[in-house]
Design a protein around this ligand. Sequence first.
Ligand code: PMP
Length: 346
Amino acid sequence: MNILKMQRKTVRDLTPYDPGIMEKFRYKLDANENGYDIPARAKKMILNRIDKTAFNRYPDPGARVLKKMLAKKHGVKEGNLVIGNGSDELIHYLIQAFTDTGDKVVSLTPSFDMYRILALANGAKEACVPLDGTLDLDEKAVLKAAKGAKFIFIAYPNNPTGNCFSEDRIMRIIRRAGCFVVLDEAYHEFSKKSFLPMLENNKNLIILRTFSKAYSMAALRLGYMMAHKSVAEAVNKVRLPYNINALTQACAEIMLGFDINKTVEGITADRDRMYNALKGLYPAVKSDANFLLLKPADIKKAKNMFEKSGISIRMFNSGVLSGWMRVTIGTPKENEAVLKILSRGV
Ligand code: PMP
């Protein structure tokens, strides 16, 4: 049996998502995680909850306590929310629930690759629309590609460029596209910008958020979706019954009781300081997120220097971003180490 031939046609040519992580490193600045772990007091509370958790029982299939807390925090109804094992899982469920084989899913390039990968993995067709020369979204091209499509995925702020696209352009796309527009606000806490207030009047708008970035919970996998209740109902039809484990539910509930603002503000201030220090030396993109995209003069030399220093960062060696690198804003010590290399000139 030829296993390759057995694969779904759209899956055959896919390559698995490569997070581009160095095997051994001193500083990990390659995945836009939070440089600071959750507070020690939160960890203690979680350990206490673990102690009280019956490991022989399934977790709450609807993550009801967490859902209630998130609904209150965002001023939406519980019926507007679906919780996922990372926002990745929700992207997968959305495409699974709404696309038939051959349906079109629009994403942008460069952007988060999982939209494209999950569209193809689910038998959909993907259309990738390049950003314009200012790294903004090309409204005309997106609307053209959206004809007959089921989804447009927009990361806001965008990963890996770090910028937020023009609000007016996105708003017109939401109104005119005639398909679902998913605003993936994974880095929202760093940008403070959101399309959430538009949810009530736009049935085709879907907002994604995650606990992996500002909430320092990447290890535990938790994302959530806010959308019209009929969209949430459709996603719940394909959602695996116990997709959020008990430990993750407990940790998210506990973390919602902590103020993350101080950490977030520290990171955004460090981000702006780094950008200001580097923008005269390299082409660099002003960021609304917790990372910076820049272009060293010699990417090979940069790669060597970072590897030698044990700093794992994301290097792009193909496509439009070939020769660019993306570095997560970490702790002051980590940022210093990055600046030391980059200010020497690479
Ligand atoms: N969306 C964007 C734009 C991202 O950058 C990432 C993570 N790199 C995700 C979603 C996935 O987040 P999660 O950890 O919640 O699956």
